[in-house]
Design a protein around this ligand. Structure first.
Ligand code: LLP
Length: 434
């Protein structure tokens, strides 16, 4: 491989021939091998991210233990889960489906924490049967449900309160904030002591931790420090009630990444902001990073199907759409767009998908490389909340997924076929008669 120009961690442009590479594999080769649209992930980038966060924490936590529980809602492919498991990660799950996947990927109960505001009896049952590390409880009603299910199974359920710390974070979009009172997430911090008293009356639950998650794409360390301090204070109040079972302080996910020109989280500042409170609490730290570990590892490859002009604008129509990557349509999110092969010119254009919605675009009036019809673009920063949020809208099958590891590349999920799209359906109803 010749000299390369770094585009972003995991992605670079070859000096020799101008091709965009993921690790050392040309993206054009992947597009030609598997077709498009296809998601690509750099294994090395995921490893680097995991190690960077781990190293920053190891540096300041002294003898306090910590564990990274990957928020698998951000990318739940079995191969990605396997890669992270190999690095030592646990998982943060939010559904019975994610539990099923995590177990299939080789995680065991002790690797799993379970967040989510609407856990059903069925999901609580599956979690308790798997022996998970902690159910992160998000309401008093859920506490009662867990007691009821645990009693019927004859087990004691380990649980953490997911505290809503009422901390403001500067997320780029209101849909990815969670940590303020009045939002559906967590139990308001001023209700925690009362609820602890209630747990002491319940024989089939054991309070093992305090958790919080403030939101997503957070670039500042301060809110984490404020939340850690709140959890430390609550831990002290709870211990004063005679509770001796607290073991974990879970500060959630949310660590921000660079999509455009945002400054990334300073990991040393992050670790320093939380360390004093974690150490003083004597609790083991848990974090639930999703985006941070996988977002920048991923790109979505798309082929230019047509190009046209309208209203004085150039419009490039690609074969990938909002059904494959919904973040621009849902959050007005920015994803960098690079030509996969070298181009002569830059052009200001709209890059859009084929879906029958005006909101089906990836960029408007963006300066991009001028790719010929049949050429490829790479939409970067697509490793988190990309494939997992894909749908079959317009009866479009979901893309293929490919993992790159150094100079190797391989399929980690095949493209969905038209046949796949019909496999749950009946062409006449299975009638019942009342
Ligand atoms: N823990 C809990 C309880 C969460 O709800 C989330 C994300 C995470 C951890 C992981 O957060 P992260 O480290 O990935 O920021 N679809 C949106 C993001 C939704 C995040 C939902 N919760 C997006 O594409 O930006």
């Amino acid at each position: 491989m010749g000299e390369v120009i770094l585009v972003q961690s995991g992605y670079s442009r070859s000096h020799e021939n101008g091709e965009l590479l993921c690790d050392s594999v040309p993206l054009r080769v992947i597009a030609e091998t598997y077709g498009t649209p296809t998601y690509v992930y750099s294994a090395n980038t995921i490893r680097d991210r995991y190690n960077a966060l781990s190293d920053a924490l190891t540096g300041v936590l002294g003898s306090s233990k910590f564990r990274l529980h990957f928020a698998m809602k951000s990318n739940s492919n079995l191969s990605i889960l396997g890669l992270l498991r190999g690095l030592g990660a646990g998982v943060d799950i939010v559904s019975g489906g994610e539990l099923f996947r995590a177990l299939k990927a080789g995680y065991t109960g002790v690797d799993v924490v379970f967040s989510g505001v609407g856990k059903t009896d069925e999901e609580i049952t599956a979690a308790l049967k798997a022996g998970i590390k902690s159910l992160n409880v998000e309401s008093p009603a859920e506490l009662e449900a867990i007691q009821r299910v645990a009693e019927s199974l004859g087990v004691v359920a380990p649980l953490s309160f997911r505290v809503n710390p009422d901390v403001y974070v500067d997320s780029p979009h209101p849909y990815i904030k969670t940590g303020e009172h009045g939002m559906k997430f967590g139990i308001p911090d001023d209700q925690i002591v009362e609820l602890t008293k209630r747990t002491l009356e319940l024989p089939n639950v054991r309070l093992v931790g305090l958790a919080a998650h403030m939101g997503s794409q957070i670039a500042q360390a301060e809110p984490y420090g404020i939340t850690a301090k709140k959890l430390l204070d609550l831990a002290n109040e709870i211990r004063a009630l005679g509770v001796t079972t607290l073991r974990y302080m879970d500060l959630g996910g949310g660590i921000g990444v660079t999509y455009e020109n945002e400054s990334p989280m300073n990991l040393i500042a992050f670790a320093n902001a939380i360390a004093p409170y974690v150490i003083e609490s004597g609790l083991e730290l848990e974090l639930e990073p999703g985006r941070f570990l996988v977002a920048e590892s991923g790109a979505l490859l798309a082929q230019v199907v047509y190009r046209k002009r309208s209203g004085g604008k150039d419009i490039f129509i690609t074969d990938t759409g909002m059904n494959d990557l919904i973040r621009p349509a849902l959050y007005e999110a920015y994803h960098a767009i690079d030509s996969v092969s070298p181009v002569e010119n830059q052009i200001v254009a709209d890059i859009v998908g084929p879906v029958c919605e005006s909101g089906d675009f990836f960029a408007l009036d963006r300066t991009v490389g001028e790719v010929e019809q049949g050429g490829y673009y790479a939409l970067r920063g697509a490793g988190a909340y990309g494939y997992v949020m894909a749908s079959n809208y317009n009866s479009r099958g979901r893309p293929a997924e490919v993992l790159v590891d150094g100079d190797r590349y391989g399929l980690i999920s095949r493209r969905e076929t038209h046949e796949d799209l019909l496999k749950l359906e009946y062409d006449t109803p299975l009638w019942n008669i009342e």
